[in-house]
Design a protein around this ligand. Structure first.
Ligand code: FMN
Length: 225
C-alpha cells in the first residue's frame, strides 16, 4: 500500500462528537461540542475531554468542576454541530436548539434530556497540554433512555443511532460487524445476529469480498499485513 507521509496532525478517527453541558450557578446552562473526548479508566470510571482555554465552557467547567457528557444521536446531530460553532457567550444554546435541561442525579450541571445517554462527571485533574486543557473526570452517574433497553433489560446502544465524527464530517454508525471477542469465539459469527436489531441480513456480500480479495480480484494471503 503506497502511503503519503504527512506532518503530525490529529487523525485519531472516528471520534465521538459529544455534547458537553455545564452551568455556573445562577447562570443559564451551556453546551459545548467536544470531539477530543475519551474513556481513560475503568476503576474508578473516568473519562477526559480536551477543551481550548478560550471557550466559554472552559471557565465554567474549571470553576464548577462539573460537566455532563451527552451522547449525540442522529436526531441531535444538527444541534451538536450548531453548539460547536456558536458560543454560549452570545447564545442560549438550549433555547436556540429547543433542548431541555435534564436535572442531574449527582451534580448541579444539567444534562440534555433529548440525549440517549447522560454521563455526569466531576473533574479530578486539569492537564495543561498546550492548545487544549484536558479535564480528567470521574463518572459519578449515568442515565440511559429506557427505550434503549431490550426485553431482557439489557442496553441495546445500537438503537440509539449514535453519530461519529471523522475528519470534519459526521456519520451514522453502520453495520454491526461482531461482538467483543468474536475473533476468538469458538462458534463462527452468526451473520444474521450481527445485523442491526430489527433488520434482516443484507444480500450484499461485498464487505466479505473486499476483505478476502485484493484489487486484482486475487485472494490475499491471510498472513499478509
Ligand atoms: C464536531 C466538533 C467538535 C469539536 N471538538 C472540540 C473539542 O474537542 N475541544 C474544543 O475545545 N472545542 C471543540 N469544538 C469547538 C467548540 O465546540 C466551539 O468552539 C463552541 O462554539 C464552544 O462553545 P462555548 O464558547 O459556548 O464554550 C468542536 C466543534 C465541533 C463542531
Amino acid at each position: 500500500m503506497a502511503k503519503e507521509v504527512w506532518r503530525p496532525g490529529n487523525m485519531l478517527y472516528p471520534a465521538p462528537p459529544v455534547m458537553v453541558s455545564c452551568q455556573r450557578p445562577g447562570e443559564k446552562p451551556n453546551i459545548i461540542t467536544v470531539a477530543w473526548a475519551g474513556t481513560i479508566c475503568s476503576d474508578p470510571v473516568m473519562l477526559s475531554i480536551s477543551v481550548r482555554k478560550e471557550r466559554h465552557s472552559h471557565s465554567i467547567i474549571k470553576d464548577t468542576g462539573e460537566f455532563v457528557v451527552n451522547l449525540t444521536s442522529k436526531k441531535l446531530a444538527f444541534a451538536a454541530d450548531w453548539c460547536g460553532v456558536r458560543s454560549g457567550r452570545e447564545y442560549d444554546k438550549f433555547k436556540e436548539m429547543k433542548l431541555t435541561p435534564l436535572p442531574s442525579q449527582k451534580i448541579s450541571a444539567p444534562g440534555i434530556e433529548e440525549a440517549p445517554v447522560n454521563i455526569e462527571c466531576k473533574v479530578k485533574q486539569i492537564l495543561e497540554l498546550g492548545s487544549h486543557d484536558m479535564f480528567i473526570a470521574e463518572v459519578v452517574s449515568v442515565s440511559v433512555d429506557e427505550k434503549l433497553m431490550d426485553d431482557k433489560g439489557r442496553l441495546d446502544l445500537g438503537k440509539a443511532g449514535l453519530v461519529a465524527y471523522s475528519h470534519g464530517e459526521y456519520f451514522m454508525l453502520g453495520e454491526k460487524l461482531g461482538k467483543f471477542g468474536y475473533s476468538v469465539a469458538r462458534k463462527p459469527l452468526d451473520k444474521e445476529k450481527s445485523k442491526p436489531a430489527g433488520k434482516k441480513a443484507s444480500k450484499d456480500k461485498s464487505w466479505k469480498d473486499n476483505k478476502s480479495k485484493d484489487k486484482s480480484g486475487k485472494k490475499k494471503n491471510r498472513k499478509e499485513k
